[in-house]
Design a protein around this ligand. Sequence first.
Ligand SMILES: Nc1ncnc2c1ncn2[C@@H]1O[C@H](COP(=O)(O)OP(=O)(O)OP(=O)(O)O)[C@@H](O)[C@H]1O
Length: 426
Amino acid sequence: MIDAIDKPAIFINPSYAIEAVNQPYRDTYPVDIKLGFSTCYQVSHRNSKPCDKCGEHCPMQESKATGRAASVVHVHTTSEGQSYCDILMRPIFDGSGELLGYLEILDKLSFASNQPSAGKMVGESEVFKAMLNKINRAANSDISVLLFGETGTGKELVSQALHSSSHRAGKPFVIIECTGMSDTLLESELFGYEKGAFTGATTNKKGLIETAEGGTLFFDEVGDIPLSTQVKLLRLFESQTYRPVGSVDSKKANFRLVCATHKNLKHMVETGEFRQDLYYRIAGFPINLPSLRQRKSDIALIAAHFLAMSKEKKRFHKNALEKLTNYPFPGNIRELKNIVDQAILLADESVIYDTDLPELDNISSDAINDALSSHGNVVTLDEMERQYLRQVYTSFEGDTQQLAQALGVSTRTLYRKLKKAGVGDT
Ligand SMILES: Nc1ncnc2c1ncn2[C@@H]1O[C@H](COP(=O)(O)OP(=O)(O)OP(=O)(O)O)[C@@H](O)[C@H]1O
């Protein structure tokens, strides 16, 4: 039966010994597997002890305790080197309810790595691994996914991972940047138009929906879509049909929907800025992307990743990594990349010291300087307050009592302001 599974799979007894194995599993690990003797942890981890005895979570132990299936993301030593694997462990019982053993099925997560790797999502923290598990689950289905997280947390990278590990991988991946999209632009870009539909429509033009046929449509910054446009999108997502501008015939759409936002969409639903029906349509499977503050233990690894991707062969001194780890990174991974790129240029030697890092504390001045330097581009006070609150909320790590004290307002006033600005969990 195990040969009928096309992913790497084994059947293990409650003492971890492998009793059955399929060919994809044998191909994944360059180890001679002796049935009844070799254990899962020897083969996948090259360990002499089970994972739970080596500080890792063991899905078999969890399954044993709950009597139900369990899944976890581990790093395995495969024939292609270290690789993230999503493990599904399922207890198998005989007809009388006696436990026979466990079926273990693996998904190799080739879009992620625990080492510097070009084009991959890098990380090793527990929150990162939990996110990988969610991405893998969503990738295996056609459910609409909503990625939410602060700016620069990797939403676009995750959307690509969802596409490349789905059954639609061979088809197009099309990005729609929603910021600044007007009603008419959206219609013609998305739905396409027929010759003569409006002045300037001299030929038929294919829309992005048709371009994405069979693949994935990624709506970036979906929270920026105006209300008037939201109803048109709802119609498209509900019926999977649309009409090119100027055409009388409907066309059938075939795409997987992935949306991303850095805004608090639930809060926008409450304030009437985002349609509730559209929210539930796009948020079939929400995935939260943790900020760098929530995965501080990944900062050194990701910094090393960006260093490795540069041509310069430099390395960070401990004091530079310490400084980076203590910085709140309002711009998250994108900001870390900028800082590493600057530090490479600023460092005179092959070692990058804390003094080689660009100014890190001055995080609120950029927006103010932008506003002051250009009369034509003055930022509203509400917007400035929103940006400022976001930054100080970050640097106070969400401690609202201390923040209220520092700002000279009551905690109630602070909560009201945070809620209005859509900052934090308020
Ligand atoms: N886990 C990761 N490992 C390595 N690089 C990453 C990781 N996540 C994101 N990046 C890099 O960080 C940068 C920002 O990522 P991305 O554009 O996907 O973020 P985003 O959340 O879509 O940003 P925004 O909200 O501003 O659109 C990119 O250069 C991306 O390659």
